[in-house]
Design a protein around this ligand. Structure first.
Ligand SMILES: Cc1cc2nc3c(=O)[nH]c(=O)nc-3n(C[C@H](O)[C@H](O)[C@H](O)COP(=O)(O)O)c2cc1C
Length: 312
């Protein structure tokens, strides 16, 4: 039974689909470890994105457990010798939730769709509702509703893309995780073709995914996720919040694309900190928009089989 829950937790999003997690199971208990052999040493030297990814897996685990009739009692970062131990989860029986089927469906349907959003605006109330969902997981989520702030954030996002693109070592590390064969990394089949000109859609550059609506100007929304500080504990919470926000968005037809480069790159991270003036420590930005109805479904980004993430 716990194995089935872990299998569902492997559907969680992770930086470059590195799936940097490992689980150790006993009868009614699971321990989640960050697998730092999968850390991006150049792009993620502090392990922020690795821990956020583990937080997303932890949230998936809790939701999957609940959907299958188990309440998860979570101890985050329990004391001990292993700094990579992210959480200890005990399971206790609980009645099935009415929306269990819907929750499991959203976990299976969630994906990163980097194609350009449609021009339908995302109403402020939708962004606020998603931010509220994220905040219930003890992270801070700030919907960016003010145009001047949005403008400056967009400029930092573009600058981070440019700075990273001119960093040969970071680009090489990302390339290692792009278009590889096997069951991890980001397949080129889910990366949009670059539109003509300099208007890159994603950090992954030019992919194989036809994006026929690339001419449409989108009117998406932006949420900043963060916390009080920069620590394993606050990143883990941000990961849980990211997963909660994303699954809720999926259930309501909205598409989510995380943007970690502006936080990864020190110069743009400093810009974000100045812009946010201490209201929160930024951990991740997320773009939110509508994908066109009836669009071709994306191929699934692969996952490692559950046996590979289980430790004895
Ligand atoms: C912490 C974190 C940071 C991410 N940063 C980016 C990003 O900057 N750009 C992007 O296109 N996708 C980003 N992603 C999405 C991952 O690439 C994606 O989750 C992974 O490839 C698995 O694919 P899936 O979400 O379709 O299951 C990020 C995901 C996480 C959890």
């Amino acid at each position: 039974m716990v194995r089935r829950i872990v299998e569902l937790a492997t559907l969680a999003p992770s930086i470059h689909n590195t799936q940097p997690w490992a689980w150790r199971l006993s009868d009614r208990e699971a321990r989640l470890y960050a697998d730092d052999t999968r850390q991006l040493r150049v792009e993620d030297p502090l392990r922020r994105n690795m821990v956020i990814s583990c937080g997303a897996a932890l949230h998936h685990f809790q939701l999957a457990a609940q959907a299958l009739g188990w309440r998860a009692e979570v101890k985050r970062l329990p004391e001990g010798d292993d700094p990579m131990l992210m959480a200890q989860v005990r399971l206790a029986r609980t009645p099935f939730h009415d929306d269990a089927g819907e929750v499991l469906d959203s976990m299976r349907a969630r994906c990163t769709d980097r194609r350009r959003f449609t021009s339908w605006p995302v109403p402020d109330e939708r962004l606020e509702a998603l931010a509220e969902e994220a905040s219930t997981w003890d992270a801070t989520a700030l919907p960016v509703l003010d145009l001047a702030t949005r403008f400056r954030l967009e400029s930092s996002i573009r600058r981070a893309l440019d700075l990273r693109a001119s960093d040969a070592i970071a680009t090489a590390e990302q390339a290692l995780w792009t278009g590889r064969s096997g069951d991890d990394g980001v397949p080129l089949q889910v990366v949009p073709e670059s539109p003509p000109g300099d208007d890159r859609l994603s950090r992954f550059g030019d992919g194989l995914l036809n994006d026929t609506r690339a001419e449409v100007r989108s009117s998406d929304g932006l949420i900043v996720l963060g916390g009080e500080g920069d620590s394993f504990g606050s990143w883990l919470r941000t990961g849980e919040a990211l997963s909660a926000l994303w699954l809720r968005a999926t259930r309501t037809g909205l598409s989510v694309v995380p943007l970690s480069q502006p936080v990864e790159v020190p110069a743009t991270r400093a810009e974000l900190q100045a812009l946010l003036r201490g209201t929160l420590e930024p951990h991740l930005l997320v773009r939110i928009g509508w994908q066109a109805i009836g669009r071709r479904e994306l191929p699934r980004t692969p996952r490692r089989p559950v046996d590979e993430v289980l430790r004895s």
